[in-house]
Design a protein around this ligand. Structure first.
Ligand code: GTP
Length: 345
């Protein structure tokens, strides 16, 4: 008789929607489940891994948290994801539940498809795809075309391709979901949250659960145990890329800026805000050193919203050099962004 399959929850959602915040809440409130995490993000700065490891929860020890930084999971399934999953399953004792946090640009469907692979399909099942939605970003129209701009572009050049890459990623993530978490309700009115909920419901062609919350506060009993077996249900999860054998992320780019010690957290935050105002940057995050401070500063920027907080002391063997990941649509002025962040003339 085959052993019970280990359930895997895939947490997806656009850049900065609150995936890591939700996963952290889940491991801190896992009600005794032995968990493992696979965390995928851009660049080897390791922000998400650091936030999750610092939970120090007994049921999710550091060795059960694996970071994959070598590209988007949906493109590196065979090379990185499946071997990592197999390694976690061979732990003694094996995890009771695995959570996979994708990068913000990942398309969930190719990842769910990986669970059809013969090597793993008898041992794991996709318990559910959880899509975290950045409510204020939806409210601000970040994923929708600006009709005036599109009309102007069409008038100037009728052959222009109007596919909106942000909208495509956002929709693909919603169309694959078993549970949608409408996050950041503190930055929306209840009426706005209701309206976005209705829009999401209208855009997804099957019944899914939608919960509105802040800081990813979804009870483990809701998040884990959806029993969706999503890998058997791929046809019900349409994608913009269904007719393409391969997809790429050519519409986006990401790079890392090394930042020398700065004068104050406010100095760094104002540089990051200046970049958000002047460039089409979707996400900036990473660590920085502040003159005379023994602690490492964490910077989180989502659009124009920038937060900083001290995270932990620099280790003795660590160079006190800041590293920030910058992500945006293709065409970023890297030189100008780097100058603003580093303070170089
Ligand atoms: N105001 C507010 N901020 C939030 C909420 N949830 C998360 N954040 C903040 O939003 C920022 C991004 O949160 P993350 O959890 O790192 O988002 P993510 O989806 O994991 O980001 P990526 O992995 O880079 O795509 C952080 O500064 C969080 O503290 C919320 O409900 N309200």
């Amino acid at each position: 008789m085959s052993a019970r399959k280990v359930p895997v929850t895939i947490v997806t959602g656009f850049l900065g929607a609150g995936k890591t915040t939700l996963v952290r809440h889940a491991i801190e409130n896992a009600e005794g489940r032995r968990l493992a995490l696979i965390v995928n993000e851009f660049g080897d700065v390791g922000v998400d891994g650091a936030i999750l490891r610092s939970c120090g929860v007994e049921n999710c020890p550091e060795e059960n948290i694996v970071e994959l930084t070598n590209g988007c999971l949906c493109c590196t399934v065979a090379d990185d994801f499946v071997p990592t999953l197999e390694a976690l399953l061979s732990r003694n004792p094996p995890p009771e539940h695995i959570i996979v946090e994708t990068s913000g640009l990942a398309l969930p469907k190719p990842l769910v498809k990986a669970f059809e692979w013969p090597d793993i399909r008898n041992r794991v099942t996709v318990d559910g795809v959880v899509t975290v939605v950045d409510g204020p970003a939806v409210k601000a129209g970040r994923f929708a075309d600006d009709p005036v701009k599109v009309a102007a572009q069409r008038a100037a050049d009728p052959s222009v391709d109007h596919e909106n890459p942000l909208e495509e990623v956002y929709e693909d993530q919603l169309l694959c979901a078993d549970l949608v978490v409408l996050n950041k309700t503190d930055l929306m009115s209840p009426e706005e949250a209701d309206q976005i909920t209705e829009e999401i419901r209208a855009g997804v062609p099957r019944a899914i659960k939608i919960v509105a919350t802040r800081e990813g506060r979804v009870p483990a009993s809701v998040l884990l145990g959806l029993s969706a077996a999503a890998e058997n249900d791929l046809a019900a999860r349409p994608s913009h890329h269904d007719n393409e054998p391969d997809h790429d992320h050519d519409d986006f780019e990401t790079f890392i800026v090394e930042v020398p010690a700065l004068a104050s957290p406010a100095d760094l935050a104002s540089r990051a805000k200046a970049i958000a105002n002047a460039h089409d940057v979707l996400r900036i995050k990473g660590f920085a050193a502040i003159d005379g401070k023994p602690m490492r500063l964490l910077l989180q920027g989502v659009g124009e919203r920038v937060d900083t907080r001290y995270e932990r002391a620099w280790r003795a063997d660590e160079p006190r050099l800041g590293k920030l990941v910058v992500i945006g649509q293709k065409g970023l002025d890297r030189a100008s962004i780097t100058r603003t962040l580093t303070g170089a003339a």
